[in-house]
Design a protein around this ligand. Structure first.
Ligand code: GDP
Length: 450
């Protein structure tokens, strides 16, 4: 997502580097390039016009800050304007003051609603909520079952019509009735959030809109969320407009942001519909989901990295006590073992793939090719080698002699040279880390004064 746009904008800014001040011609040329970049990213034309107009106007009129050179100044303006079109402030969920908060999902079939329902439920659980999922999509074969499977994956109960009733017998097949009864059930079972998954169609149609509107009227949701596949580009904006007219909603959820779409939907939808993007879904895993932060997204597009997200994710994934222990061990000579190394590596892994982690760091855009070619299996290989060692070997790698190395190589399906390389690298890294932990600076480098 956004890769082409990022590259394009980076090229544009590169042309400004080294300029002492921007002439009218520079500003015009830059505006033209930004316009092309946005159009290529499939951003809706009215949005492009407004965006470019704003950038141009500000580039001309704003005081040049002493701290920034002209290129930086333009980047700053573009960043701020991106934040604006992405919605400005992060829009958070509004919870009901009393009784369960009711969230209703609407969108086309295949948008990712059912998947998203479970992701949202898991996310709410992490916020100490006790959500319940409701299967009110009685149109698509297997939709109920799919929600049940997803509900099970995230450990959230699913309210669904009784099996055998899906054809309309005894209320079971009436989605409006299912939705209504689900609220009663939630109150009885003390669930504080109810997420209602509704039916979608392959295209926008009147009946679909009416059903969604009927459910909305019956349950009076606190939030209606429109779920849309970011990969469908300009169509996302058209569909968003149709749902706004037909059902109405409070916020948008963009799914499949991990895809190779050009990002136009994400950049256009807020301006066109006036509704904020509230959540972003970016993968098949249940945890590939988060609040949508316009400022972070803008930073990511401009390849300023997404340090905030990374830090937050790291905080979630890292076991701070364990990290503290590792740090203490590092301060003791020889205290850090291969076992600790393995534990640390597994913690980092919890953050996601290396490619994903590195992609969030600033300035990594230029390494995109290398990142894409990064072999995630390298980490599996290291893990396999360490796991083929005995606890004694992991605790005291010095005892790993030739015959042990041969055994470890055989056990992990690697070559002896791979084991040698890992052990050597471990000792080198430990020496360096110990020295740093003692405040001595990196070995072989002059110590810092003081
Ligand atoms: P629904 O018809 O709106 O309920 O859509 P589903 O939840 O069944 O999703 C449709 C397809 O999109 C499924 O194959 C999902 O696995 C996939 N999907 C959903 N969300 C994402 C996402 O964020 N990224 C990717 N890559 N695939 C997704």
């Amino acid at each position: 997502m956004f890769a082409t746009l990022s590259d394009r904008l980076a090229d544009t800014f590169k042309n400004l580097r080294g300029k002492g001040r921007l002439s009218e011609a520079d500003i015009d040329a830059t505006a033209r390039e930004i316009r092309i970049a946005l159009l290529e990213a499939d951003v809706a034309l009215p949005v492009v016009k407004e965006f470019v107009g704003a950038v141009k106007e500000r580039a001309r009129s704003e005081e040049v800050s002493g701290a920034l050179n002209p290129a930086q100044q333009i980047i700053k303006i573009v960043h701020e304007e991106l934040v604006t079109i992405l919605g400005g402030e992060t829009r958070r969920l509004r919870y009901a003051k009393s009784g369960p908060t009711v969230i209703m999902l609407a969108g086309l079939q295949g948008a990712g609603k059912t998947t998203l329902a479970a992701k949202l439920a898991l996310w709410l659980k992490d916020q100490d909520k006790t959500p319940m999922l409701v299967a009110a999509d009685l149109q698509r074969p297997n939709a109920v079952q799919q929600l049940q499977v997803n509900g099970e994956r995230v450990g959230v109960p699913v309210f669904a019509p009784e099996p055998g009733n899906a054809q309309g017998v005894e209320h079971g097949g009436d989605p409006v009735d299912v939705a209504r009864r689900s609220i009663e059930e939630a109150k009885r079972k003390l669930h504080d959030v109810v997420i209602i998954d509704t039916a979608g169609r392959l295209g926008v149609d009147a009946e679909l809109m009416k059903q969604a509107a009927d459910i909305r009227d019956a349950v009076q949701p606190d939030e209606v969320l429109f779920v849309v596949d970011a990969m469908i580009g300009q169509d996302a904006v058209t569909t968003a407009q149709a749902f706004l007219d037909g059902v109405g909603y409070d916020g948008v959820v963009l799914t499949k942001l991990d895809g190779d779409a050009r990002g136009g939907a994400a950049l256009s939808i807020r301006s066109i519909t006036g509704k904020p993007v509230m959540f972003a879904s970016s993968g098949e895993k249940m945890t590939d989901f988060d609040l949508f932060h316009p400022d972070r997204m803008a930073s990511r597009i401009l390849d300023m990295g997404d340090m905030l997200t990374l830090i937050e994710q790291a905080e979630k994934a890292f076991d701070s006590e364990q990290s503290l222990k590792a740090a203490e061990k590092l301060a003791t000579k020889g205290g850090f073992t291969l076992e600790d190394f393995l534990q640390q590596m597994m913690q980092i892994r919890k953050l996601g793939s290396m490619t994903k982690i590195m992609g969030m760091l600033p300035g990594m855009g230029q390494f995109r090719d290398q990142l894409e070619n990064f072999d995630e299996r390298e980490i599996d290989r290291i893990q396999a080698i360490i796991q083929s060692m005995t606890p004694a070997e992991r605790a005291n790698p010095k005892i790993i002699d030739g015959s042990r190395r041969a055994r470890i190589a055989a056990g992990s399906g690697r070559q002896v040279s791979d084991v040698n390389q890992l052990v050597d690298r471990f000792f080198e890294a430990r020496k360096m880390m110990e020295s740093m932990a003692r405040g001595g600076g990196v070995p072989g480098m002059p110590g810092m004064p003081g």
